[in-house]
Design a protein around this ligand. Structure first.
Ligand SMILES: Cc1cc2nc3c(=O)[nH]c(=O)nc-3n(C[C@H](O)[C@H](O)[C@H](O)COP(=O)(O)OP(=O)(O)OC[C@H]3O[C@@H](n4cnc5c(N)ncnc54)[C@H](O)[C@@H]3O)c2cc1C
Ligand code: FES
Length: 291
């Protein structure tokens, strides 16, 4: 009797903690890391998957990559850049605050196999998903080389984590404030020239960067996977918002992706679709007094 009461109390305590922010860190001026208590998501999460969250009952849904998970602690780590209304509101939350919906894990996990030599490339906040992927690929017996790039050194994230999970790490900045002065593709080209046998390239970040990476690897026939970031709403394949063109066919990123063969993706189509709601997004930010 006592025990079941105890168990019930434990259950109530867990329910009260669901979706609360356990840890909040600022990684860069506009980039934040949250560790969120979400045991059901943490139990099933795999590298490459994402969650969709809603801050409050009237909030919009936004997708964010699962940057890390701890099934024992029941936590999921998300890293986000404050770009518009929802990510800015999210950034205002504090440790102990609760996120009303935290749905996941969604999308197909990264295919982890022994490929040989793998190059993982992250641009800006796209680096969020790399340490988890690099770690899993390393554990599967691959040699993992990571390259991260950002506009300036203040926007570089997860350097330490990638040092630990990669055999080699290269850093690039557009302004030359840290590492190589230039783009991630400069390092990739150098690696391809120096070490002929690269078996797989994984890339995540701005669409323009992923397109450039695909253009570098295509002539060498190096298998390249890109993780796409279209606008998403339901995350279940029903609304159609996240449609992308792959090999001339329509695919839904939330259920068919988020990773696709980069040599077959119509990146220009994706870039056009990402611009679709710019006016509405700006208006929404202004109405929230944040524009
Ligand atoms: C599968 C997936 C995983 C993602 N993982 C992360 C992540 O780990 N960290 C992170 O910071 N962001 C991630 N994103 C992007 C994130 O969802 C958007 O930044 C967010 O929805 C913007 O919401 P907002 O209301 O703050 O801004 P909005 O007002 O909606 O948009 C503000 C600006 O951001 C641009 N934007 C909007 N949506 C996206 C998008 N999906 N991708 C790129 N730019 C966008 C708009 O064009 C606009 O310029 C991911 C997207 C997808 C599809
Ligand atoms: S987000 Fe609605 S179909 Fe993918």
């Amino acid at each position: 009797m006592d025990r079941s009461l105890h168990e019930q109390e434990g259950e109530v305590n867990i329910q009260n903690k669901i979706n609360t922010i356990v840890t909040k860190k600022e990684l860069a001026p506009t980039i934040k890391l949250f560790e969120v208590f979400a045991p059901l998501v943490a139990r099933k999460a795999k590298p490459g998957q994402f969650i969709i969250l809603r801050i409050g009952e009237k909030g919009e849904r936004i997708p964010l990559t699962i940057a890390d998970f701890d099934a024992q602690k029941g936590t999921i780590t998300i890293i986000f850049q404050e770009v518009g209304k929802t990510t800015k509101l999210l950034g205002l939350l504090k440790e102990g605050d609760r996120i009303s919906d935290f749905m996941g894990p969604l999308g197909n996990p990264t295919k982890i196999e022994k490929y040989g030599r793998v190059v993982c490339i992250g641009g800006g906040v796209g680096a969020a998903s790399l340490p988890l992927k690099a770690k899993a690929l390393g554990e599967a017996g691959n040699e993992v080389i990571s390259i991260i790039g950002a506009r300036t050194k203040e926007l570089l994230i997860l350097e330490e984590e990638l040092q630990k999970t990669s055999d080699e790490l290269y850093i690039t900045t557009d302004d030359g404030s840290k590492g190589h002065h230039g783009f991630v593709t400069d390092i990739l080209k150098k690696l391809i020239d120096e070490r002929k046998n690269i078996d797989l390239v994984i890339t995540v970040g701005p669409v323009i960067m992923m397109k450039a990476v695909a253009n570098v690897t295509r002539p060498h026939n190096i298998r390249t996977m890109a993780s796409l970031n279209p606008i998403m709403v339901d995350g279940t394949g029903m609304c159609g918002s996240c449609r992308v063109r792959v090999d001339g066919e329509t695919k839904f990123t939330c259920v068919d992706g988020p990773e696709f063969d980069a040599h077959r993706i119509d990146f220009d189509h994706l870039m056009t679709r990402l611009q679709r709601y710019l006016t509405e997004e700006k208006l929404s930010l202004e109405r929230a007094g944040m524009g």
